[in-house]
Design a protein around this ligand. Structure first.
Ligand code: DGL
Length: 270
């Protein structure tokens, strides 16, 4: 059986690549919902339905034992409901994991006291990062800034326009004494270096970048070690499947450029 990875679009290929590199022996199936990206400004109900359809495909057509919802927006809008309703009714022995809690655990492990969050409109408006952080610690200040222009830039090869936009987002953290910035969206690791450079320049101090492509692979390894009942069901033939819900030449090229090497990407019909 496979490990499934889901994202609203192609940005999830960044984290997928780092997961595959850290545990290459497993079989992976990736779905990007390019027919509906971006999710960031959509309603919770709509995001839930889109995510459920893709998760259902991963379980039924890709024989996934475990699915990681790599998309923060989808994790926030749908993870709990998928676990409590969909999984219970359809696949009670399989698992769906999200990315928000593992990211916040990293904040705690590093003893930060003041941090910034860059994320989509939906993620920031949900306030879920803040609520979940308060359950882990009451002493950490989280300052959230919506960064909605970054996903369309990444999905449309707009890198040359990114720097001034990133500078504007980072200015919202001035005078907050932040020590680190969480990249709370699958796509943002693409701009990790620019975000760090601009943050240190503007905020005049060392700023750590909490990037899910670095955190999540380690968390998955720990999860598999702690859950042999899941791990033993996973196939280890190193097979990969990359599917998207809408396909164009430009999506194929972006997938290549985001993943960093040629991949065979197919259109799936939901
Ligand atoms: N993948 C989404 C996330 O991690 C962002 C892209 C979108 O808006 O669909 O939040």
């Amino acid at each position: 059986m496979n490990i499934g990875l889901f994202d609203s679009g192609l940005g999830g290929l960044i984290i997928t690549k780092s997961i595959i590199e850290s545990i290459p022996e497993y079989n992976f199936s990736y779905i990007g919902d390019t027919a509906h990206v971006p999710y960031g400004s959509r309603s919770k109900e709509t995001i839930y339905n889109f995510t459920k359809n893709c998760v259902d495909y991963l379980f039924k057509n890709q024989n996934c034992e475990l699915i990681i919802i790599a998309c923060n927006t989808a994790s926030i809008a749908s993870l709990r409901r998928l676990q409590q309703e969909y999984l219970k009714e359809n696949f009670p022995n399989r698992r769906i994991l999200g990315v928000v809690i593992p990211t916040l655990e990293t904040v705690i492990e590093n003893n930060y006291k003041s941090i910034g969050l860059l994320a989509t409109n939906g993620t920031v408006a949900s306030n879920v990062f803040n609520q979940e952080l308060k359950k882990l610690s009451k002493d950490i200040q989280l300052y959230s800034t919506p960064a909605p222009l970054l996903v369309p830039l990444i999905e449309n090869n707009g890198d040359k326009y990114a720097r001034p936009i990133i500078q504007d987002y980072i200015k919202t953290f001035e005078n907050k004494n932040i020590e680190a910035i969480i990249l709370g969206c699958t796509h943002y690791p693409h701009y990790k270096n620019i975000i760090k450079t601009e943050a240190e320049k503007i905020l005049q101090r060392k700023i750590d970048i909490i990037s899910q492509d670095e955190i999540i692979p380690k968390k998955i390894i720990t999860y598999l070690q702690n859950h042999p009942e899941i791990e033993t069901n996973l196939s280890k033939d190193g097979k990969r499947f990359f599917g998207i819900t809408d396909i164009t030449e430009s999506y194929k090229q972006q997938a290549y450029s985001i993943f960093g090497e040629p991949i065979k990407i197919e259109k799936i019909n939901l």
